[in-house]
Design a protein around this ligand. Sequence first.
Ligand SMILES: Cc1cc2nc3c(=O)[nH]c(=O)nc-3n(C[C@H](O)[C@H](O)[C@H](O)COP(=O)(O)OP(=O)(O)OC[C@H]3O[C@@H](n4cnc5c(N)ncnc54)[C@H](O)[C@@H]3O)c2cc1C
Length: 385
Amino acid sequence: MKTDVLVLGGGIMGLAAAYNIGKAGDLEVVVLDRYGVGNELCSSNDVNRVFRYSYGNDQLYTRMAVESLRLWREIEQESKQELLVQAGLLLLNGDDRNANAFNDASHKTLSRMGLGAERLSKNDLNRRFPQFRANEAFFDPHGAVILASKALTTLKSLAAARGVKFLKGQAQKIILDGLPTVETDNLGSVEFRKVIVTTGPWTSSLLRPRLTPMKPTRQQLVYLKPWTGLDEYRPGKCPIFFTDNHYGLPAAGIDAVKMSAKDSPEVVDPEIVNRTVDDEQIVSCRQAARKFVPGIADGEVVRSKVCVYDMTENSDFVLDKDPEHANTVFGYGFSGHGFKFAPLIGRLLAQLTLESKPSFDLERFTIDPGRRRKPMLGAHLGKGE
Ligand SMILES: Cc1cc2nc3c(=O)[nH]c(=O)nc-3n(C[C@H](O)[C@H](O)[C@H](O)COP(=O)(O)OP(=O)(O)OC[C@H]3O[C@@H](n4cnc5c(N)ncnc54)[C@H](O)[C@@H]3O)c2cc1C
């Protein structure tokens, strides 16, 4: 088999790259996924994900979020589907100094960039969002719930409409000496002119030594049904929220509020990861809710899910060509915060593949470990500086 562009991995990043290349011209594009495009095991597939401008002091991610929102809206227009539900983001101050510093820095950065953010006193919070408890909070009006599963199916349809083909199969090895090919488990060798590697938490097996490494970590999600009823927990009345160590999303795409720890450092092998949520995780979400959002603390768990982050050491993505093989483009290490940028990342990966100038400076996302920034305070949270 032969194709112009072979995309390995049909999660949100592979789909976004294929969609953008499909848009750019008449190249033959094939997306190969070992479990099928948008499968249940990939990092991209869940009911919802957070979109936000707030990134602490980090202006680059904030600017990228602004551009991504514009691109999400274009995709919504083209597909006539609602993918982002406006909700706002509430950053609740608590006992964690790093989390409080992140909240304060986000407010300052958004204000400085003229993007609008508010500081809320305890009284303001009681009046505006009576579901929440904190002595101080910040509000980022640009927070939105991304309907993640719907975004996957939507991008797949848009890419298919542009002629992108989808195949099920596992890439086992990329061969770059002589005729560039990918060896697969079930389709033999696939010849390509360019290959894009977006295999999420499974990427390590396709990385050469001396390229930036990635660690898969296990994350657990819990969906709680508010015992006081759902009305106060829908977007419009209830924003996305960050607490000391947890985050949550209002009931959008599902009749329950999602909660999870911001980051769990448990390194796992994605081939054998335990995909059942631990009881301790449910207890920890309930404890955080009891303090910050009491109305959901005793809610019934209506859904739970384990998902794997692909963490780099400093939480910055890798968006780069292989320095020794320019026909291989990598997009990985999305470190638990990539989904919101998917339309932009898809465009950047397409630009790298098509040899056009990337629309953002990609130095920070280099694959060369020697040129990457040292981890910043709180960067392990995958939530910016
Ligand atoms: C629990 C959790 C919560 C998150 N919350 C947010 C959030 O609120 N906001 C946000 O912006 N981001 C969030 N993220 C991050 C975001 O979801 C990810 O960055 C994004 O989904 C990564 O997409 P991907 O396409 O790179 O990887 P994936 O979705 O994992 O896709 C990789 C695909 O590659 C396939 N594959 C693997 N190996 C091979 C192979 N050898 N051959 C062929 N196919 C292969 C897999 O089957 C898979 O389908 C979260 C992530 C997780 C896990």
